[in-house]
Design a protein around this ligand. Structure first.
Ligand SMILES: Nc1ncnc2c1ncn2[C@@H]1O[C@H](COP(=O)(O)OP(=O)(O)O)[C@@H](O)[C@H]1O
Ligand SMILES: [Mg+2]
Length: 272
């Protein structure tokens, strides 16, 4: 019983109105049979609340085409307040109501996610030139406390993790939810990682892709737009860490997890 391990990333894109009952029903079914760990996003809600607090949010793009929030100290504090204080608790309470033993954690608690603070960031400025800026409070993940996560999974809990990491000097660091999910999946040797988002999968030249290898995924990366580019990159990372497959799929349909696991929906990225 409960041998299969799956990591599910729930995108902020589908969390705006809280947890969708369709996902809850499916998570409950999965939870009865499998070991399930959730990682959530919520970047849009962070932006919305930060702006209400009078802190305007800036985004930067790396030379590799990855878009990220420019995170100064005030921003990482607001990020933590919204991700942990609001979004994580809304999810955990909904899971409890659905009868799932959920335990909310941030990557800071028990050092679940350790990261190295990026001292400098190379970005592409408005004129298309490379530029070096201060790294702020963003981190590159380097270690996951898989002992604690496995202990919780062994005891029948569903860990629900907010994408914040702790740095070497004990600082709060903003880490991307998709990549945090990938690193966690790799560290706990998950069988699958499933990204639930607001589109049916990865589209290439307007057409949905049903299955691609990591080699093919690497090739198409430059053609993938913001939002999805991180899921493709995170899938590559998870699969290279030994996760058997990554599935990027819609979280707004009936039985999103069941259909994804049966390869009836979504884009599957596998090693090969
Ligand atoms: N090639 C692509 N295929 C599918 N979606 C894409 C592609 N390029 C960009 N996207 C965008 O990526 C979005 C999903 O990423 P994001 O908005 O970050 O969602 P989440 O909150 O689930 O992480 C989609 O809504 C879509 O607009
Ligand atoms: Mg996203």
């Amino acid at each position: 019983m409960r041998e299969m391990v799956i990591v599910v990333k729930i995108g902020g894109s589908i969390l705006k109105k809280g947890m969708d009952p369709k996902i809850l029903r499916d998570l409950k079914d999965a939870f009865i049979q499998k070991r399930v760990l959730l990682v959530h996003g919520g970047g849009d809600q962070v932006t919305e609340i930060a702006e209400k607090l009078g802190k305007s949010q800036k985004f930067v793009v790396s030379p590799g085409g990855i878009r990220s929030r420019y995170t100064d100290w005030e921003t990482v504090v607001i990020f933590t307040m919204v991700m942990v204080g609001k979004i994580n608790k809304v999810i955990v309470t909904a899971l409890h109501k659905a009868g799932i033993k959920a335990l909310g954690l941030s990557g800071v608690d028990a050092s679940v996610i350790r990261a190295e603070r990026k001292k400098k960031l190379i970005i592409i400025n408005e004129r298309g030139r490379k530029m070096m800026i201060d790294g702020g409070y963003t981190g590159k993940i380097k270690e996951v406390n898989s002992d604690l996560l496995n202990l919780l999974l062994d005891k029948g809990y569903m860990p629900v993790i907010a994408p914040i990491a702790i740095g070497d000097e004990g600082e709060l660091l903003n880490v991307d939810g998709d990549r945090a999910a990938a690193y966690i999946a790799g560290s706990i040797k998950a069988d699958k990682i499933i990204f639930l988002t607001d589109v049916p999968g990865v589209f290439l030249d307007g057409k949905p892709i049903s299955k691609i290898s990591i080699l093919e995924a690497k090739e198409i990366m430059p053609k993938i737009g913001f939002g999805m580019e991180k899921k493709v990159l995170a899938s590559l990372e998870a699969v290279s860490m030994g996760v058997k497959e990554s599935i990027i799929t819609s979280g707004i349909i009936e039985e999103p997890l069941k259909l994804a696991i049966e390869h009836k929906t979504g884009t599957v990225i596998y090693s090969g």
